[in-house]
Design a protein around this ligand. Structure first.
Ligand code: 5AD
Ligand code: SF4
Length: 485
């Protein structure tokens, strides 16, 4: 989206404004002056790369970082051989952290070849004290570190970094407020994520998110609708409403508004064709929500409903606030009302104290629900969470045995569900040309299934009708149905 502000007209001789977002506009202009100057000296453009780890929230944050970098005059590239590299990190499981440490080592060699190179780190991992300490001590070549709560200050931090020859660190323990109207550059022209809330108040006992993303805060509904209207005017046909627990949207706002109310408002935006959202906590999915989904013409037939475990004992220790029976009853209600709703889930294996009998309970839920897809994770111990202090951590061989068994059932049921669409005609949003075969367009059905069909680049961003001809495991080969045929 083109940003309306003319940054070249901002007077840099004045003091920086105190109010946001005016203050950040000022620093974008200042960063722009710096980039222009260095680029002139080097007689080449300055390049920047944003590398994203983790979830959709991080992907959206990266679009905000790119929006600011582009306005500052950087040329974006995909490779890490750039003048500025940002890692937007994740810390939900330890392997995400390990990846960052590994890649940082390689970045250091690149930096030795390019004296102008700046390395920045941000995201969830930076909110974790032990990770921050390690980087501060062992990765001295990093230039800038900031966290999840002050990402809106990125332009200002870029300027501080440019003026400093030491590592700049700015991490906030809590968020102060939500700053609206900063530049953002979408990855796709035709679809976009929208943050509707930040943080999480659930404190599932294994999860680090509430500690690194802070307390739950909802955005004002009018700001959300205004953003969606602007996106639609700019060519967006599909939005994904993002929050750690979207079903509790509105709880901290003064005005009375629920997620179901918000969905009704989003539905009214003219020109918007598809609505998705992520993630729904089963404990907060109301009957009203089921009715809104059922009646909607725009809400996609896909619900991500994390189960985590099918064992009541483990669910309780996880602090998930529902039982296996309640979860199954909820799924039954959804399927009764909306039979074509695809349901996907997240499952953790190896939570402290989990036995193979507990895993059998989880497998039982998978068999009954028949998920369209399930993300299965091996439990990762996160320092500071209640589960990390539990004594009965599970031996890795036991975890592996349960995990493999579960994975097989997950794959079998997902295949079974995918095959049910054989021969149907459905609408797909054409998203990109197929990487392996450039005669094929890759599209996404309302229920999130991928379909590849013969087509051309001009179809990207359009919603087309396709016949699902051949199921290949989890995806389809299809053909477009033309208006006349
Ligand atoms: N270990 C393994 N998986 C985890 N998740 C969250 N925390 C952990 C952890 N400590 C998984 C949950 C969540 C998904 C985003 O990540 O399944 O739904
Ligand atoms: Fe983590 Fe639970 Fe919040 Fe999801 S709902 S982010 S699993 S604490």
């Amino acid at each position: 989206m083109k940003h309306q502000i003319d940054f070249d007209r901002i007077d840099l001789k004045r003091e920086a404004p105190v109010e946001e977002p005016a203050r950040q506009y000022y620093f974008i202009a200042k960063a722009r002056e710096y980039v222009h100057k260095v680029s002139k000296e080097l007689a080449r453009p300055l390049t920047a790369a944003v590398i994203t780890f983790g979830c959709q929230m991080n992907a959206r944050d990266s679009e905000k970082l790119i929006g600011i970098l582009e306005q500052a005059g950087y040329q974006m590239t995909e490779t890490e051989q750039a003048d500025l590299v940002i890692y937007n990190t994740c810390t939900v499981r330890d392997n995400a952290n390990q990846k960052v440490y590994g890649r940082l080592g390689a970045l250091n060699s690149l930096k030795k070849q390019n004296p102008h190179m700046k390395i920045c780190l941000c995201g969830c991992m930076m909110q974790e004290e032990s990770a921050l300490d390690k980087i501060r001590k062992s990765y001295r070549f990093v230039d800038l570190i900031f966290g999840t709560h002050n990402i809106f200050k990125f332009a200002e931090l870029l300027c501080t970094m440019a003026e400093s020859d030491r590592m700049v660190i700015d991490i906030w323990k809590e968020a102060e407020g939500i700053v609206e109207d900063l530049p953002v550059e979408r990855k796709y022209a035709f679809k976009s994520g929208i943050n509707i809330m930040f943080g999480c108040n659930n404190f599932c006992s294994y999860c680090i998110v509430p500690y690194v993303r802070g307390k739950e805060r909802s955005r004002n509904p009018r700001d959300i609708i205004r953003e969606i209207e602007a996106l639609v005017a700019d060519g967006v046909v599909e939005v994904m409403l993002l929050g750690q627990n979207v079903n509790s949207y509105g709880k901290n706002l003064e005005e009375q508004i629920s997620f179901a109310d918000l969905l009704r408002e989003v539905e009214k935006v003219e020109g918007l064709e598809r609505i998705r959202f992520m993630t729904s906590h089963p404990k907060d999915l109301s009957e009203e929500m089921i009715q809104v989904m059922k009646e909607s013409k725009k809400i996609c037939r896909h619900l991500h409903l994390p189960l985590q475990s099918g064992s009541n004992r483990i669910l309780e220790a996880m602090n998930r606030c529902y039982t296996k029976e309640q979860y199954l009853a909820l799924v039954e209600r959804i399927r009764q009302e909306i039979p074509d709703m695809a349901i996907t889930t997240d499952i953790i294996v190896g939570f402290p104290g989990e036995t193979l009998e507990d895993v059998e309970e989880t497998i039982d839920v998978v068999k009954r629900v028949k998920y369209d897809n399930a993300f299965t994770f091996i439990y990762s111990k996160r320092t500071g969470t209640p589960a990390a202090a539990m004594e009965n951590q599970v031996a890795s061989e036991v975890v592996k045995e349960g995990f493999d068994k579960l994975l097989k059932v997950v794959q079998d049921t997902a295949r079974e569900r995918a095959a049910l669409l054989q021969g149907q005609v459905q609408t797909a949003l054409a998203e990109e040309m197929n990487e392996q075969d450039s005669t094929l367009v890759t599209g996404r059905l309302s229920n999130n299934t991928i379909v590849h069909f013969p087509g051309t680049p001009d179809q990207i961003g359009k919603i087309v009708s396709v016949r699902l001809k051949e199921c290949r495991g989890f995806y389809y080969i299809g053909e477009q149905i033309t208006e006349s045929g």
